[in-house]
Design a protein around this ligand. Structure first.
Ligand code: ATP
Ligand code: MN
Ligand code: MN
Length: 301
């Protein structure tokens, strides 16, 4: 069984043999945060990040010169990360085979940080069972200027609609502008079925409440609405993983929260790199008990 393997007691701190160079280099200008601060954050949260990161193909947002300067999204292993970062060969649509990255331990995380990584984004499936998603993400993308309260309400409404279909879900602050509604799955159905379910679910919401929601990626459809980005749920797509620092002003963190907490949280960037002690404590606390864990499968709709 894939679920219920998460520690309930506070996990032990981890160590890493990977050396971090240029620890004093400021990579969050304006926040005064350095590469050393980022490395210290990631090593400290490794025990609560790894349950979400390990064994999963990942893409990296690398900013070797710091946030906002020449960042790039890296999907494939160019062979430059050393022994602690692994790859898995994945067949692409065109039939070619590409090496996707995966990171399974603290050394792997630190090797990525050493190479200028700020963000870790994961596939919704595991290397061991790559065609079968173990997690869906409904990424709520509000139009510019929409109130945070509207986003919170939208997330809660998605939770209700999902519950009507027998699916338990949890919210995660993206650290950017929105919320991700995360639905864990036992890896039974394959990607096309999962995508189809997510697309039909998002379209049904948009049709029921066209003033609030759109399921259309095009920005013209977003005016004053929230785009329910169901497209995270297709083979090869990624979503930012829990406890990842965003390469944005203030170094916000993608943070799991409880549904009742969400009602009082002031914004999607509520937690930042500086809150690592609180994030670690929360991870094993009451508000997040069972977060992201459920043994459930796609309903028939
Ligand atoms: P926000 O709340 O600001 O929308 P977000 O992480 O949800 O933050 P999105 O732009 O909605 O950002 O993207 C959702 C996910 O899609 C990201 O977390 C990322 O994994 C993936 N993604 C975004 N941009 C790219 C890109 N250029 N290339 C590949 N994947 C991307
Ligand atoms: Mn988003
Ligand atoms: Mn999106």
């Amino acid at each position: 069984q894939v679920v219920a393997e998460k520690p309930v007691a506070a996990p032990a701190p981890l160590e890493s043999r990977v050396a971090i160079s240029s620890r004093e280099r400021v990579i969050f200008p304006g926040d005064g945060l350095t590469k050393g601060d980022l490395a210290d954050y990631y090593l400290a949260v490794a025990p609560i990040l790894l349950p979400w990161l390990a064994g999963r193909p990942v893409s990296l947002v690398r900013c070797p010169q710091g946030r906002g300067r020449a960042c790039f999204f890296q999907k494939h292993d160019a062979g430059s990360f050393g022994e602690h970062v692994h790859h898995v060969d994945v067949r692409e649509k065109d039939g070619s085979i590409e090496p996707y990255l995966h990171v399974d331990d603290a050394d792997g995380i630190m090797a990525c940080v050493q190479m200028g990584t700020i963000e870790f984004h994961g596939w919704g499936s595991l290397v061991a069972d790559i065609e079968k998603p173990d997690r869906l993400v409904f990424d709520l993308d509000p139009d510019e200027g929409l109130d945070w309260a509207d986003v919170r309400k939208a997330a809660a409404d998605l939770k209700e609609r999902l519950a009507e279909l027998g699916l338990t879900s949890w919210p995660m602050l993206s650290g950017g502008k929105g919320v991700h509604v995360v639905v864990p799955l036992a890896p039974k159905a394959e990607w096309p079925e999962a995508k189809s379910f997510c697309e039909r679910f998002a379209r049904a919401l948009a049709e029921a409440e066209p003033d609030r929601f759109t399921a259309n990626l095009k920005k013209v459809h977003r005016k004053g609405r929230i785009f329910i980005d169901y497209l995270r749920n297709q083979r090869g797509s990624t979503a930012v993983l829990p406890y990842v620092v965003r390469a944005r002003e203030g170094a916000p963190v993608a943070a799991p929260v409880g549904w009742s907490e969400l009602r009082d949280i002031d914004g999607p960037g509520h937690f930042t790199l500086r809150d690592r002690a609180a994030l670690i404590e929360r991870a094993t606390g009451r508000a997040l008990a069972g977060w992201g864990l459920a043994d459930q499968t796609l309903p028939e709709i």
